[in-house]
Design a protein around this ligand. Structure first.
Ligand SMILES: [Mg+2]
Length: 258
């Protein structure tokens, strides 16, 4: 039997940068009574808090079973029932010099390709300490424009060509870090070797568990997708088309163990 059920966040548990729907919250609440649950994504902790944690109606005991891995597991947060708050157990950050060079490369590269947005919704380049993220239309477009923002995000680069072009342009000059296509409008830069497989290895170390103990659910498990490294390292995975599929997957898992 699996010990940890791990999830990608965006488009697996919720629409990009949006709160999880009620049906997903209830499914996670039930799952937390039986399993350890890990959520891993390129976003910051605050994003997990807004999208998932604040939507759950659970006890401190159940929160103890929740493992939050922002920025692909370069950070790891657990609930501390002494302080009744979340605590970061480790972090693995980029240097100031690296961040400065990454920021410059994002700006220069996106301008060169004609992708730089003059009127973004929120910051285009966000410093997440252990990750720098370029979000073509601005970090806050979904929260500022709602459905219209999501529509624009999904319509910006449906065939991934813009993101791949920008990645390929800037990666050669950033040879001490890793440049990857992130979400639907974003490029992520991290220390080398940081992807969701890195996060899963950290989780295995922290919990003293094996690959076989984890089941991972994600929407981008195809080769080149940001969940693919987890599959490639040999963890069992279930692919969902979108976040509407996921509650059914959770029901299936609970059905087997009820
Ligand atoms: Mg996803």
């Amino acid at each position: 039997m699996k010990k940890v059920i791990a999830f990608d966040l965006d488009n697996t548990l919720a629409e990009s940068k949006s709160p999880i729907p009620d049906v997903m919250a209830h499914a996670l609440e039930r799952l937390l009574t039986k399993y350890d649950v890990c959520i891993i994504s390129g976003g910051k902790f605050e994003q997990f808090k807004k999208q998932v944690i604040d939507r759950l109606n659970v006890t401190g005991d159940e929160l103890n079973s929740l493992h939050i891995m922002p920025t692909c597991g370069t950070r790891y947060h657990r609930y501390d029932d002494v302080t009744n708050d979340w605590r970061m157990l480790y972090h693995n950050d980029l240097s100031e010099d690296q961040k400065k060079r990454i920021r410059a490369a994002f700006e220069k590269g996106s301008k060169q390709l004609g992708l730089w947005e003059d009127h973004p919704y929120g910051e285009i380049i966000e410093d997440r300490e252990s990750q720098m993220t370029y979000s073509a239309l601005g970090q806050d477009i979904a929260s500022m424009l709602g459905d219209e923002g999501l529509k624009r995000k999904y319509g910006w680069d449906p065939d991934m060509k813009k993101r791949v072009a920008l990645r390929d342009l800037i990666a050669p000059e950033l040879d001490d870090v890793e440049v990857r296509v992130g979400g639907i409008t974003s490029i992520d830069v991290t220390l080398p070797g940081v992807d969701k497989a890195y996060g899963m290895r950290k989780l295995m170390d922290e919990l003293h568990i094996a690959k076989e103990d984890i089941l991972f659910i994600g929407d981008m498990l195809q080769e080149g997708g940001n969940d693919y490294p987890v599959k490639a390292m040999g963890i069992d995975t279930i692919a969902v088309r979108n976040y509407q599929d996921t509650p059914y997957v959770v029901e299936g898992i609970l059905g087997v163990t009820d």
